[in-house]
Ligand binder design. Structure first.
Ligand SMILES: [Fe+2]
Length: 488
């Protein structure tokens, strides 16, 4: 049972009222529960005071009140305005304390929510893959709402269906479905419902302008308590934050993919402008991938590297064809025109918010290790690693391709030319990785035959040549196991 004693943080005002009634009006007063039973603060001896009145406190009937006793009724009647005045004061005090309690509860909830949202923001910052984003939300939210399982179902890029499970296997999912998981269609709001076996479900939609495109659902096993309205409110906050983000990632992803395909098509079109550079961007992308792989670049980063390689000469679209396709030596003025193409590539790529690494790699592929390259004159490792890789791939492809004024250089000679440019034009590790990639069996199955112009000085002794070159690049290096060495 509630009592004033327990409802008031500070009961000294009640004690003052009781003391005042006794001293000024001869009334014996004490705190009583609503059923008129005296709480322990009541005086034991009231036998000489047969007249008793009860004054409830607060709007909650369970809280109790003040009981007043006197020797005659006149005393009680005279004291009543003072009793009521005291009750009014106590009521105000109670109200203030209730508000204070509510505020402190709300602040506690708010601080829990803020710390959760902060954690969420920290984990999702920079994530631009829809699946990864949804997985993080699922994995961070499930423990926060004390769920046993969770699921997210949404439309992915190009509207294909995406489903991610949290601590739930296909069998369990089938069981939940049988128990009525999908019996309530996904609507605009956050809801709590239960399945026929008593599993409690908390579900919130992922919304786009035209309505829900998916939902997050969290489950509590039948033996546990149901989700509460507080948890529902909390899920509503999460929904408000993530829905616009999911939409952005979905649309941005689609646009990015569309743009990348457009750029690839554009790169192919640039290559096709000149029969002698046909397939150049494609081959540079493949060589770059092989070099990057040898250097231990991760699978996801290899993808970025390949995209950058596809785009490396995009800016050539702005260079006159008469200069691009000119047989023989360029004049100084013509070379100046050619040198503008990385800046033009930058201009084309800037608006699509690609990861900075991709743009840097494409724009810096004519920088040299000695700082004598263009467009910025960057030196050594100030040049992006991907740009250093693309530079090697780019020159290798140029050397091993036919030109109107010369034949394709044999592979060995081209690799040797790269070797001679180490530390002045090319990155040592990137050249070594190119040589190692050539020796790797994995590569041999793939890109060593992608170029119709490939010819060799002495293919029978190619491996011997490559091993010798690798040894010259890194004397004492383990030339027998190129891939492992590069990845170490
Ligand atoms: Fe270029």
């Amino acid at each position: 049972m509630k009592s004033i004693d327990r409802s008031l943080f500070d009961a000294s005002f009640v004690e003052e009222v009781i003391a005042y009634l006794r001293e000024a009006h001869g009334v014996r007063a004490w705190v009583a529960d609503n059923d008129n039973t005296a709480v322990p603060s009541a005086p034991a001896e009231t036998g000489a005071m047969p007249y008793v009145r009860y004054y409830p406190i607060g709007s909650d009937p369970g809280i109790g009140g003040i009981k007043c006793a006197a020797a005659d009724e006149g005393t009680l009647v005279r004291a009543e305005p003072h009793v009521l005045f005291g009750i009014k004061g106590i009521n105000q005090l109670l109200l203030r304390e209730t508000e204070l309690q509510q505020t402190s509860d709300e602040m506690l909830q708010l601080s829990e929510q803020l710390s959760f949202l902060f954690k969420l923001a920290q984990k999702t910052i920079g994530v631009n893959e829809l699946e990864e984003f949804c997985r993080i939300i699922l994995e961070v939210t499930a423990p926060a709402v004390e769920a046993d399982h969770g699921i997210v179902r949404t439309k992915g890029r190009w509207d294909q269906k995406m489903e991610i499970l949290y601590r739930i296997d296909e069998e369990e999912l089938a069981r939940l479905t049988r128990e009525g998981l999908d019996r309530i269609p996904v609507e605009d709001s956050t809801i709590i419902y239960s399945l026929s076996d008593g599993t409690s479900v908390l579900r919130f939609p992922i919304k786009e302008k035209d309505g829900p495109i998916g939902h997050f659902a969290f489950f509590r096993k039948p033996a546990r308590r149901f989700f509460t309205s507080y948890e529902k409110k909390f899920a509503g906050i999460i929904e408000h934050i993530i829905s616009p983000t999911v939409e952005t990632i979905r649309l941005f992803g689609s646009l990015q993919e569309l743009y990348i395909n457009t750029v690839k098509a554009l790169a192919a079109a640039i290559d096709a402008k000149d029969e002698y550079t046909h397939g150049h961007s494609y081959r540079v992308a493949k060589y770059s991938n092989a070099i990057g792989r040898q250097m231990g670049v991760s699978e996801k980063q290899l993808n970025d590297l390949e995209i950058a390689a596809y785009m490396h000469d995009l800016g050539k679209i702005g260079v006159p064809e008469s200069i691009l396709g000119k047989p023989g030596k360029l004049t100084a003025a013509e070379f100046e025109e050619i040198k503008k193409h990385p800046a033009l590539t930058n201009k084309i790529l800037q608006p699509i918010r690609l990861p900075a690494g991709i743009v840097d790699a494409a724009v810096q592929h004519h920088e040299r290790m000695d700082g004598r390259g263009y467009p910025y004159g960057l030196k050594g490792d100030r040049i992006s690693l991907f740009a250093r890789i693309i530079a090697v791939a780019d020159v290798f492809d140029a050397l091993t391709s036919k030109r109107p004024y010369r034949d394709a250089m044999p592979v060995e000679k081209a690799l040797h030319t790269l070797y001679e440019g180490i530390d002045t034009e090319f990155d040592r590790e990137a050249v070594q990785a190119m040589v190692c990639a050539f020796r790797s069996k994995e590569t041999d199955m793939g890109w060593t035959r992608i170029h119709p112009d490939f010819r060799f000085s002495d293919e029978g002794r190619l491996d011997e040549f490559l091993a010798g070159l690798a040894e010259r690049i890194h004397p004492g290096g383990n030339a027998e196991k190129p891939a492992e060495q590069a990845n170490a």
